[in-house]
Write a protein that binds this ligand. Sequence first.
Ligand code: UDP
Length: 344
Amino acid sequence: MTSKKILVTGGAGYIGAHTVVELYTNGYSPVVIDNFSKSDRTLLEGIEKITGIPVVFYEGDCADKEFLKRVFKKEGKFDGVMHFAAYKSVGESVEQPIMYYRNNLDSLLTLLEVMKEQRVNNLIFSSSCTVYGEPDTIPVDEQAPFKKAESPYGATKQMCEQILEDVVKADQNLNVISLRYFNPIGAHPSAMLGELPIDKPNNLVPYITQTAAGIREKLVIFGDDYDTSDGTCIRDFIHIVDLAAAHVKAIDKLSEAGENKGYQYYNLGTGRGVSVLQLVKEFIEVAGIKLNYEMGPRRAGDVVKTYANPTKAKNDLNWSAQYTAKDALRDAWAWEKKISTSRK
Ligand code: UDP
């Protein structure tokens, strides 16, 4: 039996690249597209080192319809698509909303048009816990309403999910699973693959590891006066390899024979809430080093407290997180040491 071919948009990015590894190791044939707007070729090399397989790759923009059509034509029919290509920084989206709406909506709409033309019917979409806004109750399950998004980034994810729900309603053949990520952190345990921000990192863990490696002078914790146990925000930090593995479970589910599966959505988190300060302390413990950090003002667009109820993914996808936040921090630090040494 030939293995199933999956188009992976944004496959050279942090979540995409780890998922490509899981796809290969589970017998799928991923085909990566990426425009390197927020990534470079390093992670593709990492995938090849881990799997020993040369990545099938096309450079281009997911919002470029002619480019997408060329890829579909060249590769023949895909069994499914995983759509990672999007901007993902809360803070940046507050500063550059037009760029976020344009990029995140255009790429999904273009992809859906081309999938329809090419009769490709299975899609896994990268959504986010930001769709819930500031949730009324935590842990958050999938029944929680979409409250007003705290940032343009969160709003793009809400809009994309609305688009997907409407498109699925209108097309009996289309099956979509949106995966609502909590906070992916860490790196591949081999230290061959990890997060690689091309500029100054926006996310917490790469900022921590770059500070520890001496690339950044100090970490600023954005707000210590929130209504939480230690005043800092609460998140559900999930190991990137766990998150990647869930995508394979999701595409397995869509690939099962049977009737139309419609529109489904799942939280991907550990179910454990950890404060930003707690995570920083866990990092210091795991890495066994000092870290220069200080408390600073709140960041616009931040949700205060959120963590997942991941029961639905466990029941329907037979998936649950296996790693702890400490495992993820240890792996992130091993990766940072490796890349910062190779950059010197
Ligand atoms: N954060 C911080 N300092 C940083 C980066 C992030 O204190 O340099 C905080 C941020 O305010 C939030 C948490 O860490 O409370 C997680 O932020 P991140 O950007 O990693 O993910 P988000 O939850 O925004 O998707």
